[in-house]
Design a protein around this ligand. Structure first.
Ligand SMILES: C[S@@+](CC[C@H](N)C(=O)[O-])C[C@H]1O[C@@H](n2cnc3c(N)ncnc32)[C@H](O)[C@@H]1O
Length: 272
């Protein structure tokens, strides 16, 4: 699993991403858009658009003058283009740290569940500010991976108990990604020079149908959990699967489980 220097997110396959996160991004997009606000006929940029969850939710709220989605992962960009078709909408492969847009071009710049996977997140934020017109809203959200993302904690805490070194290190990395600690986003937005900075916490739930639904989403090909599972041999994988099954079932029959998930969110205004 090779990673480009400006991303720590393993991205190979759009349908695997939908199972892991796209379905939940779609859900998180609603409170995120409520928080950052939308207005008709604007020019909007979706940085790290993935498979188009945010773009789709945005278009359901009304027409745009233009909506550009940018992501480093070609399979995700292709899937977004197939899924989200509307006048003025375009998706392209690109790096958040070197956006291919003119200065002061967009009315709104959004970034959903991306900045924690950008090693130089401040660079991406500087780019988001550069392409925002004076008075534009720039907003982002990242998972509260340590304190508010239950499905994630079940995975890493179980894996680290079995494999304190391998999974333990990855768990620590997962909980300390850029801009995921309390107050990180607000500090970054103020340091970048935005006005009227507001931080909040958004909540939603991840509803898994069964243990198989939970396990296949984390053990596929996308994201940090699958990246770890791919390092295990057959025996290690089977031990992890069994331990996660016990954690998921909690002594009850297999079936649906609903896990709370919190994201930190921030918005600010580009200086006029
Ligand atoms: C968890 S996904 C979020 C995708 C989408 N925003 C959503 O909410 O479903 C993280 C995304 O960030 C993208 N990404 C990571 N680093 C990036 C960078 N430097 N530039 C552009 N995209 C990046 C990945 O390819 C991946 O699609």
């Amino acid at each position: 699993m090779n990673l480009p220097a400006s991303s720590s997110f393993v991205a190979n396959d759009a349908s695997g991403y939908e199972r892991l996160m796209g379905r939940w991004s779609r859900r998180l997009a609603e409170p995120f858009l409520d928080f950052v606000g939308t207005a008709p006929s604007e020019r909007v940029l979706d940085v790290g658009c993935g498979t188009g969850a945010l773009a789709e939710a945005l278009l359901q709220r009304g027409p745009v003058q233009a909506l550009h989605g940018v992501d480093l992962a070609p399979p995700y960009v292709a899937a977004a283009g197939e899924r989200v078709r509307a006048p003025g909408v375009a998706f392209q492969v690109g790096d958040a740290c070197a956006l291919d847009f003119a200065d002061q071009h967009f009315d709104r710049v959004f970034c959903l569940l991306v900045l924690h996977f950008v090693p130089k997140a401040e660079l991406a934020l500087a780019e988001m500010r550069r392409v925002a017109r004076p008075g534009a809203t720039v907003g982002a959200a990242v998972w509260d991976a340590r304190g508010g993302f239950v499905a994630n904690r079940v995975f890493w805490d179980t894996a680290a108990a079995l494999d304190p070194q391998g999974a333990g290190e990855r768990r620590a990395r997962n909980y300390t990604r850029p801009m995921t600690r309390p107050g990180d986003l607000g500090r970054a937005w103020r340091t970048a020079g935005f006005d009227d900075v507001v931080e909040t916490s958004l909540s939603m739930r991840m509803d898994y149908a069964s243990f198989d639904d939970y396990w296949t989403s984390f053990s596929g090909t996308e994201g940090p959990h699958a990246e770890y599972v791919a390092t295990l041999d057959e025996n290690g994988r089977s031990r992890l699967c069994d331990a996660l099954r016990r954690a998921y079932l909690d002594g009850e029959a297999d079936g649906p489980r609903s896990y709370a998930a919190l994201a930190w969110a921030v918005k600010g205004t580009a200086p006029r």
